[in-house]
Design a protein around this ligand. Structure first.
Ligand code: 3PG
Length: 406
């Protein structure tokens, strides 16, 4: 079952509720950095979760007759690659809101200013991929000035990008009245609920490939959680730190030393740091690979661990089922391939069944929930932020949030 209701008192920034956007041009920073499907020339949105998550803010503003200018990055373009145009994303947004969505030819410039000026109340214009402008990631003042000329009000609803100091997240917010959208408010409120008042036992499940991405949250959660359950390829950095053979498994070498330190800290902590006790191994990463269950974790040469094993999955599910609060970030294995998805499925199903607050963080875990056909509504909150949610939980300041009006 899902967790507690959103407690807005935890959110200390002004939001779209606090402003009257009627008739105004509103620049809304969204995180429409979504996976795409390519079929020859045809490009479409493979997972529209992030677009749907921004709809409450978009609908709220349209209902109040705002003229909407939406801006997002998409991928990490190097040279305005056509395949990273926002056009397919705009098309999907149009389907979701059942209205015409205009696609601007660029991020800024005279044509874009004209298109923004021509918007009628309720109209929606989507700017081109913000990273087509080299000034975006440098938080360039000129780009921020040009963006601010497109609107009277700035709304940040891009939780997934709020840890970036970019022109569309910080620069323009310094130049316009700037408030948060509903998604940003909900994300911060749900995640701060984990830190400020978690129900116990507080169980944290972390997977994915890299320890280095997660070491900050591991250290933070060693102080406040009751158990941290590790899965995904990152467990091999821990096994390497323990001197165990990892065969041909993916091992993040830079993660080995941080993993060793985390194991040491866990010894002094009341929080248990649990590693898999068995694995699913294969001869390569492929749906038709030769694979088998390994009763243990010492991976022989010629084999690589691609999922946690069934004993681990059962033990983790049991731990999760007793949780008062659970936070899950990162798949337990290569869930995209059928032989290696049972660990992630087991964890995802157990998290969905928790009575207390359940929060799923990170694009990969959210994608796993959808790909495995699980009911998104069964989770208290599925975060749209990957790096942003981890940085928030580590206790770091989010610049795109800090800049908004209190
Ligand atoms: C994400 O996918 O986590 C966000 O959209 C941020 O993307 P970035 O890591 O390329 O800044």
């Amino acid at each position: 079952m899902s967790g507690s209701a959103t407690d807005r008192r935890l959110f200390r920034k002004r939001t779209v509720r606090d402003v009257d956007p009627g008739g105004k041009r509103v620049l809304v920073r969204v995180d429409f950095n979504v996976p795409l499907d390519r079929d020859g020339e045809r490009v479409s949105v493979a997972d529209d979760g992030r677009i749907r998550a921004a709809l409450p803010t978009i609908e709220h503003l349209r209902d109040r007759e705002a003229r909407l200018v939406l801006v997002s990055h998409l991928g990490r373009p190097k040279d305005r690659e056509r395949e990273l145009s926002m056009a397919p994303v705009s098309a999907r947004l149009g389907e979701l809101i059942g209205a015409e969505v205009r696609q601007a030819p660029a991020v800024v410039g005279p044509d874009v200013e004209q298109a923004a000026a021509a918007l009628a109340p309720g109209d929606v214009l989507v700017l081109e991929n913000s990273r087509f402008e080299p000034g975006e990631t440098k938080n360039d003042p000129q780009l921020s000035d040009a963006l601010s000329r497109l609107a009277d009000l700035y709304v940040d609803d891009a939780f997934g990008a709020v840890h970036r100091v970019h022109a569309t997240t910080v620069g323009v917010a310094e130049r316009l009245p700037a408030v948060a959208g509903f998604l940003l408010e909900r994300e911060v409120t749900m995640l701060s609920g984990l830190l400020e008042d978690p129900g116990h036992p507080f169980v944290v499940v972390l997977g994915g490939a890299k320890v280095s991405d997660k070491i900050g949250v591991i250290e933070r959660f060693l102080e406040i959680a009751d158990a941290i359950l590790i899965g995904g390829a990152m467990c091999f950095s821990f096994f390497r730190a323990q001197g165990l053979p990892t065969g041909d498994s993916l091992v993040e070498e830079e993660g080995v030393e941080p993993a060793r330190r985390a194991l040491e800290r866990a010894q002094r902590s009341s929080c248990e740091l649990e590693l898999p006790v068995d694995l699913v191994v294969a001869d390569r990463v492929a749906a038709d690979a030769e694979w088998r269950q390994l009763d243990g974790v010492e991976v022989p040469d010629g084999w690589m661990g691609l999922d946690i094993g069934p004993r681990t999955a059962r033990a983790y599910a049991e731990r999760i089922s007793q949780a008062g609060t659970v936070f899950w970030n990162g798949p337990m294995g290569v869930f995209e391939l059928a032989p290696f998805q049972e660990g992630t499925r087991g964890v995802a199903a157990a998290v969905a069944a928790v009575d207390g607050l359940s929060v799923v963080g990170g694009g990969d875990s959210a994608a796993a929930v959808r790909q495995l056909g699980l009911d998104e509504a069964a989770y208290g909150h599925i975060s749209t932020g990957g790096g942003a949610s981890l940085e928030y939980l580590e206790g770091r300041e989010l610049p795109g949030l800090a800049v908004l009006a209190d």
